[in-house]
Design a protein around this ligand. Structure first.
Ligand SMILES: CN(C)C(=N)NCCC[C@H](N)C(=O)O
Length: 270
């Protein structure tokens, strides 16, 4: 199958203040040392790769005291130029929502400051037809309803059941249009049945690749940027006509995030 790359518009946040000073997911261990300079260098390679691939990348200023702000995907959800702000479950990240929302407000986007918890594109992933919405660990069903009402896309709620895969974007990725890739073990039996029904041609990934954050990827329809250790995902993607590009984001993995987490997609009004 012929795949076509389409330039994307991303928002990223340099990990200037990155550290692991608290633990809100099973990957985080404040006792393990973090090399912030290495995190910045790895992040910069990701930024440069996006620019080389022809994507537009805007930057938001990192704020001291918000080490997880590098995970820009959690900062908002942007569809048709409408920006649904994030409301975080954990107090440690609460100030990130308003910071991201202000960035969009200052640039003239239509914004909504949400009432209910949703952790941006960490849990809300857009296909051509649906807004796939994770819940169970962070975002809640009322947050999904708020997303549907504001963004005008039908929400499909999906129950996450494995704490290692606490955000939807650790367990599922949208590769292009209606093509998704996911790790079935991260979902409840009912949600697996929903996914099979809606996406019979999905690419399925095993536990080892999911654990290597192989579903936390950013694609443009042809190129798919993936964490380097997810070699099984690379092979699956190649077999489906995509061009996987591996990146080393080992330091950012210590906070429980990888490629997709660092990448918020800005979908302008058409
Ligand atoms: C792929 N994932 C999980 C993300 N979209 N974001 C990473 C958030 C990491 C942060 N320490 C937290 O636990 O919230």
């Amino acid at each position: 199958m012929t795949r076509t790359a389409r330039p994307r518009h991303y928002l990223m946040c340099r990990p200037t203040h990155f550290e692991v000073s608290y633990a809100i997911n099973p990957w985080m261990d404040p006792a393990k040392p973090v090399d912030t300079a290495l995190a910045v260098a790895q992040w910069e390679r990701l930024y440069e790769l996006y620019v080389e691939l022809g994507h537009r990348v805007d930057l938001i200023d990192p704020l001291p005291g918000l080490p997880d702000m590098v995970y820009a995907a959690n900062g908002a959800t942007v569809v048709d130029g409408r920006v649904l702000g994030a409301r975080f479950r954990n107090a440690e990240r609460a100030a990130e929502g308003p910071a991201y929302l202000e960035w969009f407000r200052a640039r003239g986007f239509t914004t909504l400051d949400p009432v209910h918890v949703n952790e941006g594109e960490g849990d809300l992933l857009l296909t051509d037809r649906y807004l796939l919405a994770g819940r169970g660990f962070r975002s809640v069903s009322a947050g999904h309803a708020e997303a549907q009402e504001f963004l005008g896309r039908p929400v499909i709620g999906l129950d996450l059941v494995d704490p290692r895969f606490y955000h939807l974007d650790t367990a599922l990725s949208v590769l292009d249009g209606e093509q998704i890739m996911y790790y079935p073990g991260a979902f409840s039996a009912g949600s697996r049945a929903v996914l099979r029904r809606l996406f019979p041609d999905a690419v399925l990934v095993g536990e080892e690749d999911a654990e290597a954050f192989g579903l936390n990827v950013a694609g443009d329809g042809l190129n798919v940027v993936i964490p380097e250790p997810a070699t099984g995902v690379a092979a699956r993607l190649r077999a489906h006509g995509y061009r996987p590009i591996g990146m080393d984001l080992s330091e950012l993995l210590k906070g429980g995030g990888s490629v997709k987490c660092c990448t918020l997609e800005i979908r302008e009004a058409v």
